[in-house]
Design a protein around this ligand. Sequence first.
Ligand SMILES: [Zn+2]
Length: 338
Amino acid sequence: MLKTRMIWPKKVALVALYCLLSWLLRRRGLTVLTYHRVSRLPDLDDSLKVSANALDHQMRFLRDNYSVLSPTDVSNVIRSRGKFPAKSCLVTFDDGWKDNFDHAFPILKKYDIPALIFLSTGLIGTSRVFWHEQISEVLAQIPNGKKVGLLEGLAKRFSRPLIDRVVEVVLADDSRKGVLIHELVIALKRFDVEHNEALAAALRQTFEVNLRESDHAMLSWDEIAEMAQNGIHFGSHTVSHELLDRLSDDQAQNELVESKRCIEEKVGCPVEFLSYPNGNFTQKTIELAQGAGYVGAFTCVGGKNVDSLSPMNFGGFILGRVREPWIHPEVLGFVLCD
Ligand SMILES: [Zn+2]
């Protein structure tokens, strides 16, 4: 008897908690998921990669449990200053990786998910590799401590503290290397793309490492056209993937206008949405993007999708996103995947 009395309050508390969470989740409106790369096999070391198997589970979960909106649906809600339906979601992919075509597209077609892929147009249809992918691969390939003395020669060209960090990565054992590479890439984001591409080229040359280019391939315009004919939408992720808050107003405007124009010309559909590279923006970026004709822009900050329709929040312009859907509690079903 005593045992029953103790259990019931717990059950009531759990039911109340469940109801509260359900109510909170229902009123949250649009959940926007941010994917990047999709690999054939699980890659637990890379938080920006999801396996095709996990993506398949996640898309089925969304189809069965959410209202999956198209970018046009989202645009209509924003333009009409309406409300997003309860438990609605939008699926997005950043950058424009070829693996989106190879591994995600068949799954999106299978579950009829009208995803939105953001393209950095300067890399689409080229063999260019993002600087952070180059640096990560080169440093990962170098055996511990190998030829570390050669980095001395780079200290004159790049800053001493920066090269000291690279030395630290090269000397690290395998258990620490991944974390140090990740931290180095984050630190390098304060430099421009030109600087970081020069560093990547210098490291490749110094350590005589060849990139496995097929591992870093971007979409072609033919692949984009085929996806566009099959329910996939495209948005801008700028031309160069430079962080917009680091650019002059003229440079930022050029990135926003040129990428939009290029996609509209190649795909033949209006481009209404923008994803800020690395999620970085300023109030000026918002004004420039609105001036360029974007209806909405996506950050990497979660939890702003209901408020996005409030005039207090940039006139409904900013949409937060869930960056790592598979670990986010709101989509708990995903945790069981893969
Ligand atoms: Zn990006």
